[in-house]
Write a new protein. Structure first.
Length: 186
């Protein structure tokens, strides 16, 4: 089984990164949306702690994944794919990578600028310090709006990304989806 990517296939590391982070991202989006409507303050506190902890986990994984991607070969897209579509696919992937790093940073900025001094406990293990940003309700609101906007932009892009993957599988009938599911044998 290929651990690293080749010219035509994704290796095990890239595949694991992709699917683990896809699940984490979708769960994290749902949690961010859901937690805000919870009325019980204690429940809300714990849901926010989960959201912040998973957000930092995604951040750490995104940095490792980006380093892995930069130092790895990228499988070629099919020759018959139009050049414009290839650029669009690569552009979408690059923006998704960026969002996986920037979204947690904007979340971190919300809690760092909030006048409510609630510590962020990473899965209850240790406290994550605040970023050195000025504390004010106005800044918190700005970061919160940006975080929400980027999260909804990201889920929209993911929707386009999933539709494109399904189109490759069912309409174009190439191996784009399959090669992201199984690493090719050596
Ligand atoms: C990829 C990672 C993340 C995703 C996909 C994500 C997604 C979301 C979403 C969808 C919302 C609801 C937005 C709305 O309906 O207006 C939200 C809210 C929030 N997120 Fe995140 N988030 C991420 C990381 C983080 C991190 C790392 C933190 C903090 C350390 C954080 C802190 C918050 C806070 C405090 C809110 C509530 C904002 C408010 O009160 O208006 N998020 N997030
Ligand atoms: C849940 C359904 C999803 C499906 C069916 C799916 C499908 C795929 C496929 C087939 C590829 C390979 C494209 C190629 O060979 O060039 C791919 C790559 C990629 N996907 Fe997804 N994806 C999903 C979710 C996500 C999510 C939630 C994210 C991030 C938020 C994401 C980010 C990426 C990135 C960055 C790449 C580029 C490859 C890499 O460097 O790892 N995907 N996806």
């Amino acid at each position: 089984m290929n651990i690293r990517n080749t010219d035509t296939s994704w290796g095990l590391v890239s595949i694991l990164f992709h699917w683990i982070m896809a699940v984490l991202f979708l769960g994290q989006f749902w949690l961010g949306w859901y937690m805000q409507g919870v009325k019980n303050l204690l429940d809300q506190y714990y849901l926010y702690q989960w959201h912040k902890s998973f957000g930092f986990l995604i951040f750490g994984l995104a940095v490792l994944r980006a380093l892995w991607a930069i130092t790895s070969r990228r499988p070629r897209l099919p020759d018959e794919m139009p050049a414009g579509e290839k650029t669009l696919a690569r552009g979408t992937h690059a923006v998704l990578y960026l969002l996986l790093v920037i979204l947690p940073l904007t979340g971190w900025s919300i809690v760092s600028t909030s006048p409510l001094p609630i510590a962020t406990r990473f899965f209850g293990l240790f406290v994550i310090p605040s970023l050195p940003l000025g504390i004010s309700m106005h800044s918190e609101q700005v970061w919160s709006s940006l975080h929400g906007f980027l999260a909804y932009a990201a889920i929209f892009l993911v929707g386009v990304h999933v539709l494109a993957a399904l189109r490759h599988h069912f309409k174009t009938k190439d191996d784009i989806l399959i090669r992201m599911i199984w690493p090719r044998r050596r």
